[in-house]
Design a protein around this ligand. Structure first.
Ligand code: SF4
Length: 423
């Protein structure tokens, strides 16, 4: 008997002009795992099916109809918090037309806030679904829909059986590179982050695990040779902490020489050996760090073990010594942030002189430590509004996601860092 599953990724478009710059890894990864176990998989991506000129109702209905036309036996949704409401609407539209069709949901939102905007799903998976998705889907086919919603905490996969995943190998991503001047690809070295930043809902407190080196190298080779990709972004939270980073990166360097790489690190895990290995790459490489703040008070409170000013200077000096380009992310808009905190962040950025200073404005994500703290103290403007307050929206409204915060000052600090980009 054939088993069909539709995997739906609900995500915000990369830009107005280009809905998707880079094929994702999330649903293609699950598709590889399911296909290897006999499932026929269809992928759907809201970014390719939504028309900005349509009403929300039309977009919901179009996406639901497209999924149903694939005649799936099971549907799986993956989404981040800003897309949770839209995903829920699409899932309800599917339920209304076919109430017997079981629906699974997973991804970052379900992991951190499984009770928010998740009513239509029969099974909710928290954590990484690699080792459990086939079992869940098979059981839904065999036993039918459960009579109540199940929330399942998945085991942490060791990733040793991680398949080769290249998003562009899958419809609807297989023609994204056609005619594209900039071809970018994602690769994941491993997973897990040992830190617990209060605003983050990815990998909190987990040990880092590596995917098999031969799988990673095959992905790099496919991206370069089959799809002509010239820029690879390693999507790991902290790529340089993944076991065997140095030897894996050396092998990647051999395959991908002459091209461009970006990866994430953290000051406290950045060593001279890592700097040497990265600097040996014969191409353009940028390392991104989460500086987040220059304020010791905010740093100790929100970054905990990641906050270390001495390590910050040491890592930046190593990058400069070895000629590695540096990207620094910072965040403004903590509820108790004052003028002095913002000034310290801007001054530190001026002193460190990164190649790419990148300001962000805090949007508390449901289920994170900071969201829960602000919720309990009544600081969230609307705890059920998960839409993104970006700089443009904040500038236009003078408001943001947190009550009683002077968003004009937050925006001014954001702009000041934006202007550092041009200096
Ligand atoms: S280091 Fe990065 S991935 Fe890890 S908890 Fe902090 S922000 Fe999240």
């Amino acid at each position: 008997m054939s088993k069909r599953i539709a995997l739906v990724l609900c995500q915000t478009s990369d830009s107005d002009s280009q809905r998707i710059w880079t094929p994702p890894l999330t649903t293609p990864l699950l598709a590889e795992i399911l296909q290897a176990r006999g499932w026929i998989v269809s992928l759907f991506d809201s970014r390719l099916l939504i028309n900005p000129n349509n009403t929300n109702e039309q977009n919901v209905s179009n996406l639901a109809n497209a999924v149903l036309e694939a005649l799936p036996d099971v549907v799986g949704f993956s989404f981040l918090s800003p897309n949770a409401q839209f995903s829920e609407q699409v899932a309800f539209a599917i339920c209304n037309q076919n109430p017997k069709l079981p629906i699974i949901a997973g991804g970052a939102h379900c992991s951190s806030a499984p009770y928010l905007y998740t009513r239509p799903y029969n099974v909710i998976v928290r954590g990484e679904a690699d080792d459990i998705i086939v079992e869940i889907a098979d059981k839904l086919i065999k036993d039918g829909m459960p009579n109540r919603q199940l929330i399942i905490q998945s085991p942490v996969p060791n990733l040793q059986d991680s398949p080769i995943v290249v998003g562009a190998n899958w419809f609807p991503y297989n023609d994204i590179y056609e005619g594209a001047e900039y071809r970018t690809g994602y690769v994941q070295l491993g997973r897990g982050c040992p830190f617990s930043c209060s605003f983050c809902n990815s990998s909190n407190g987990q040990r880092t695990r590596a995917r098999p080196t031969e799988v990673i190298l095959k992905e790099v080779e496919l991206l370069k040779d089959k799809f002509g990709v010239k820029y690879i972004g390693f999507i790991d939270s902290i790529a340089t902490s993944v076991p065997f980073f140095d030897t894996t990166f050396e092998s990647i360097s051999d395959i991908f020489a002459g091209n461009t790489i970006s990866l994430n690190s953290t000051f406290v895990r950045f060593t001279e050996l890592v700097a040497q290995v990265v600097a040996d790459f014969n191409g353009d490489v940028t390392i991104w760090f989460g500086l987040e703040t220059g304020s010791e008070r905010i740093g100790r409170q929100e970054l905990k073990g990641k906050w270390n000013k001495q390590a910050t200077f040491k890592a930046i000096n190593l990058c400069k010594k070895y000629g590695i380009k540096i990207g620094l992310n910072c965040i403004f808009g903590f509820a108790d942030e004052n003028d002095d905190d913002r000034r310290q962040t801007i001054e530190l950025l001026r002193e460190l002189q990164p190649d790419y200073p990148n300001p962000n404005i805090l949007n508390p994500i449901p289920g994170t430590l900071i969201y829960n703290r602000y919720l309990q103290t009544g600081l969230l403007r609307d705890p059920l509004d998960l839409s993104i307050w970006d700089a443009k929206r904040i500038r236009e409204t003078g408001e943001g996601p947190i009550n009683d915060l002077d968003y004009q000052k937050v925006y001014d600090a954001y702009e000041e860092v934006e202007n550092l980009k041009n200096n």
